[in-house]
Design a protein around this ligand. Structure first.
Ligand code: SF4
Length: 437
């Protein structure tokens, strides 16, 4: 049996025509995990296609194709699925968007997989082999995180990524920020892999550099401390997403640092406390950010800082205030996004109820495009301000000032800043036609 697994990419992130360079592209875990879950008795030949690093061939030969989609790639996924099904190749759709919009996705697939895939995907494949594939497979929320499969990294084209050594220790999040799909798609809870399982996987990875793709493993502090303590002897260097709470627990921060933490992706989201409270992220305190960032930098930890524009309380002054904040705190790698009402989120329901959603083409739901009418500016002002912030923060003088202030992980942060400079400067060159291609 031949199985082809495809990850389509949005226009900005696509091979050749996109603007997202290798220095900021890590290998996703979805396709490699799905490949590892294929039951061995099927003796399948498996091919992985990540559109971020290679084209999707005109001609695909397969017994079954699996396509994973997020909201921003849903229409692209549907177009590929429709094409393949017209050629009599059965297609399975899965991932975040089919989980959020199963009825929509089902129109373009022979079967869909919602939620995680650890038990449902192997079952689907066995049913397919027996000629009994059902229309929908849903992973039970009682999924055990013990003895998860080791992703098939050997199937990746390694040279397309800054790292293929992505690892996951936890899934899910206990928080409930109003724009976030994580609690909507997977429930407001955490799934924890046994620490020893994670250590076993890390021990088998030859590279010293590891990239955790959890959303925030430190939301369970005891688990995170146990994990970091156990990682110390491995002598790895690692980066991970985490909430800013990391800076407030001396023991946790010390263990993270001793186990090799050199970079964190942190959702600061806003410089306004009122805005943070309104979005459900009241555990971030904007007046503590400066001290927290200094603590992280003092531990040699670089910060990829996520900041969002377009909250209900944001007016036109938010862009300059945020750019100044990023410079003042020497945030190593700022990443700006636009508040986006992904389907199923509280903010989607609110804006839809107020008739303020102005764009329904999913291709624009990539968090870089305005798809709703903001409360205190026009959609155009929000879009232009967003582009302006990217360009300001990635001027050479800003890069120099921030990196010389932070002095962390420079061998990665310098090329990553240059890659984001390229990305930020090109965002406004994407026409509607290009975005929907
Ligand atoms: S803390 Fe992060 S992952 Fe958790 S709900 Fe908020 S934005 Fe989502």
């Amino acid at each position: 049996m031949k199985i082809v697994l495809i990850m389509p990419r949005g226009a900005l992130y696509r091979h050749k025509t996109g603007v997202f360079k290798k220095a900021i592209r890590y290998a996703p875990l979805t396709l490699t995990t799905l490949a590892a879950l294929v039951p061995s008795e099927l003796n399948a030949n498996i091919e992985i296609i990540d559109e971020g690093i290679s084209d999707i061939p005109e001609l695909i030969t397969a017994d079954l194709v699996g396509i994973t989609a997020i909201t921003g790639t849903a229409l692209r996924a549907y177009a590929i699925a429709d094409r393949l099904r017209a050629e009599n190749i059965p297609v399975v759709l899965g991932g975040v968007h089919p989980t959020l919009m199963p009825d929509e996705a089902a129109k373009h697939a022979d079967a869909i997989v919602t939620g995680f895939a650890e038990e449902s995907w192997p079952q689907l494949l066995r049913d397919f082999k027996a000629g009994q594939m059902k229309k929908i497979y849903t992973q039970s929320p009682t999924l055990s995180m013990e003895k998860l499969v080791i992703p098939r990294r050997d199937l990746l084209k390694a040279k397309g990524y800054v790292s293929i050594d992505s690892v996951q220790a936890t899934r899910g999040c206990i928080n409930e920020c109003d724009f976030c799909i994580v609690p909507i798609a997977w429930g407001r809870r955490m799934y924890l892999r046994p620490v020893q399982d994670v250590i076993d996987e890390l021990s088998k990875i030859k590279s010293r550099y590891i990239l955790f793709v959890d959303v925030s493993p430190i939301e369970n502090v005891k688990y995170a401390k146990d994990l970091y303590r156990a990682m110390i002897p491995l002598n790895k260097i690692w980066v991970s997403p985490a909430t800013i709470k990391m800076a407030d627990d001396e023991e946790l921060l010390g263990l993270a640092s001793r186990s090799g933490c050199r970079g964190l992706l942190i959702g600061f989201e806003s410089v306004s406390q009122q805005t943070l409270r309104n979005m459900g992220k009241g555990f971030n305190y904007s007046d503590k950010y400066k001290v927290q960032v200094k603590k992280l930098h003092d531990h040699g930890i670089a910060i990829q800082a996520c900041l969002v524009f377009g909250f209900e309380s944001d007016d036109k002054t938010v862009f300059a205030k945020t750019v100044d904040f990023v410079n003042e705190l020497s945030l190593d790698l700022p990443r700006y996004t636009v508040y986006t009402p992904f389907p199923g989120t509280p903010i989607h329901n609110k804006l839809k109820g107020e008739n303020r959603i102005i764009e329904t083409n999913w291709s624009f739901y990539d968090a870089q495009h305005v798809v709703f009418r903001p409360a205190q500016m026009t959609p155009e002002e929000l879009q232009e301000g967003h582009y302006w912030a990217w360009k300001q923060s990635y001027r050479y003088d800003s890069i120099f000032k921030r990196l010389s202030g932070a002095k962390c992980l420079l061998q990665y942060m310098l090329p990553a800043n240059l890659a984001y400079r390229f990305y930020g400067n090109k965002l406004d060159t994407y026409s509607r036609e290009k975005m929907t291609s």
